[in-house]
Design a binder for this molecule. Structure first.
Ligand SMILES: Cc1cc2nc3c(=O)[nH]c(=O)nc-3n(C[C@H](O)[C@H](O)[C@H](O)COP(=O)(O)O)c2cc1C
Length: 405
């Protein structure tokens, strides 16, 4: 993949769109209902302007930091995403390799195509986190957590915002019945022979869910989607988090938090960190963006608890805005999926390279040489003048520039 041709994440998105059949691209790219949250997720960053310090020596730079107890080369980690094998063969493993090569953690989803053991065996030297969906049969979550621990995953991320399926209309329009593609969608698949040859032909179908195979009833092997639909559990609650905490001795993170109050409850239940997210606009439409609640959540939690954020981060400058408002790091979701769908390992590597270089360049232009200097740069964020009164209130803008020491 030529880095001179694909200059930013949107370039990779466009190539992914060309390479994937429309139903698969809708799965990757689409959001819930009117896609308000999806749309606002990328738009919100423009409400904040950056203000640089001049004449600071930025010849030596290092933006590494500690995320959940271990060093990470950048304040980034790959977000958990399910069904990646539909985008490119062995996509979970390729994403884990790309994360390792950039020195950042990789999160494997419960709904991954490869099993957690396959990823651990294929990329033994990368840092691995495991994302857990708690299903109706609670013994599955306990077993998955035990498997993840023995396969060397050091952090468990429990996702809380998927007890009900989001209504993803863009995706649903490609189906005439559950799991049955419409005629136009099938014709569109036929117009993507490269994808068919790569993804469908080798295993004569779409990939299954590697982690869940052992739990599927005998008649349902290879048909995990129906099983998952039956196993979503609307009764999931904080007692489940306490139970998991008592069984998991690694770092525990709760993903799906949208209020400072829930962030505090997560900590009371023993969480080491939280992920402020709206699931990339795929679940609750019109939901709040992490940037809008970062400051109040940081104030409520103090400095001990790690706050990760995701949803709509497409530029290095987006990452820096979140750090300045109190986040410890950012989970990267669709950008690496666009990359892997566009060009396998080379595409995933390019997506992370673009983001890491943008973080480095933006921080350098701001006059910050290190992660800790970036964190002190709250005063470099200014409301860019957009009519965003609510954002103003939430963020306490217009911010006063502190006098530099
Ligand atoms: C295709 C796709 C699949 C996803 N699957 C999961 C999943 O299995 N578990 C999970 O916790 N989050 C999942 N997410 C949400 C991501 O972890 C993350 O919150 C989201 O991608 C952030 O939004 P962004 O990609 O627009 O930046 C998925 C997101 C996408 C786009």
């Amino acid at each position: 993949m030529n880095p001179n041709r694909f200059l930013n994440i949107d370039d990779l998105r466009q190539l992914a769109q060309r390479r994937l059949p429309s139903f698969a691209f809708a799965y990757l790219d689409g959001g819930a209902e009117d896609e308000r949250a999806l749309h606002d997720n990328t738009g919100i960053f423009r409400h904040l302007a950056l203000q640089a310090y001049a004449l600071r020596d930025t010849s030596q730079r290092d933006y590494s930091t500690t995320l959940l107890g271990k060093r990470s080369a950048f304040p980034l980690a790959v977000a958990p995403t399910g069904f990646n094998g539909m985008l490119w063969p062995r996509a979970d493993i390729l994403l884990a390799q790309a994360a390792r090569d950039h020195g950042i953690p990789f999160t494997l989803s419960t709904m991954s195509s490869a099993s957690l053991e396959q990823v651990a065996q294929s990329v033994p030297d990368g840092r691995r986190w495991f994302q857990l969906y708690v299903l109706k049969d609670r013994s599955i979550a306990r077993d998955l957590a035990a498997r993840a621990r023995s396969a060397g995953y050091d952090t468990l991320i429990v996702t809380t915002d998927c007890a009900h399926y989001g209504k993803r209309e863009r995706e649903s329009r490609h189906f005439r019945a559950p799991l049955k593609l419409s005629l136009p969608a099938l014709l569109n698949v036929a117009a993507h022979p490269g994808w068919v040859a790569r993804v469908v032909a080798p295993s004569r179908g779409l990939p299954g869910f590697g982690n869940l195979e052992p739990y599927l009833p005998p008649g349902e092997k290879g048909r995990g989607a129906q099983f998952i639909a039956r196993q979503l559990d609307a009764s999931l609650n904080w007692r489940d988090i306490e139970d998991l905490r008592s069984r998991w001795n690694g770092k525990l993170v709760i993903k799906g938090i949208q209020t400072a109050e829930d962030a505090q409850t997560a900590v009371q239940c023993g969480a080491d960190g939280i992920v402020l997210t709206n699931h990339g606009g795929r679940q609750l439409d019109c939901s709040v963006h992490p940037l809008q609640i970062l400051r109040e959540t940081r104030e409520a939690l103090g400095d001990e608890t790690e706050i990760l954020v995701d949803s709509g981060f497409r530029r290095g400058s987006h990452v820096i805005k979140a750090l300045a408002l109190g986040a410890n790091g950012v989970l990267i979701g669709r950008p690496v999926l666009y990359g892997v769908a566009a060009g396998g390992l080379a595409g995933a590597q390019l997506a992370l390279r673009i983001l890491c270089e943008e973080v480095d360049r933006t921080a350098a232009l701001l006059g910050a040489c290190s992660y800790s200097e970036l964190k002190k740069m709250q005063e470099t964020l200014l409301n860019s003048g957009y009519p965003a009164k609510a954002l103003d209130r939430a963020m306490g803008f217009p911010a006063k520039r502190a006098v530099s020491a």
